[in-house]
Design a protein around this ligand. Sequence first.
Ligand SMILES: C[S@@+](CC[C@H](N)C(=O)[O-])C[C@H]1O[C@@H](n2cnc3c(N)ncnc32)[C@H](O)[C@@H]1O
Length: 247
Amino acid sequence: MSADRGSESLDRDGMGEAAWDELMRNLEATIPTYDKVNSIVTLGQDKRWRKNVASFIKPNMKVLEIGCGPGTFSENLQGVELTCLDPSEAMLEAARRRVGMARAARGEKDADFVLGVAEELPLADNTFDRVCCLFSFRDFHDKRKGLSEILRVLKPGGRLIICDAGKSNFLQGLAGRIWMGTVVQWVARRVTKDKEHPWKWLAKTYTHFGTISHYRKMMREVGFSDVRGRLYWPFFMAERFLATKPE
Ligand SMILES: C[S@@+](CC[C@H](N)C(=O)[O-])C[C@H]1O[C@@H](n2cnc3c(N)ncnc32)[C@H](O)[C@@H]1O
């Protein structure tokens, strides 16, 4: 954790220790209803975004998913050598079951499941062809440190693909905040049948999330080349970054 950031604080570059711990408790509470709520609040677009990220991954590649959560993306990744990393033992347990079953059904070797944070990856340098972060980059407690670690574990020429909630500028961010603060909250309340549902925290991290240009600049400063970032059409609810480790 960053020493110069207050424990409760959240900003576009990261968050303090107490804020991140609270976020993690809330993320774990989403596990039973995670896919259902996501599918409703993204109008079913989340599947399309995941497919788009997967389109950058080719057979036999070594792939790392950071913040794999319950395995929603990783379970459908076929024909690759896969490592799923998450700081939550509960998330990893769910992923182990789900990804493990999907891979066994396809006759593939099981994935590696690693407990850890993006900011201190317990993985060797120059290992992966692709690193993917789907809806986890927003939760990194130190985004610059996380990106530096990703650069370290990618092979030269390897690529980072990030997909997260879309925020291109103030106005579009405001529209996103209204969506997160109303529709998402209403859906989450209905699905979880709980007024104190954990999606409140997801709206909070979106409020503090930076713009696409802010993170494009950060990726270049960290050492990535060929950095690109854009919103997904047609609803602009999500964004995708591509960045390459120089050869
Ligand atoms: C919203 S879930 C995303 C799940 C999944 N990737 C998907 O496709 O929907 C975010 C995940 O990021 C993980 N996470 C939070 N902070 C992290 C960090 N600093 N490093 C790595 N993963 C983190 C959380 O534990 C959680 O499982």
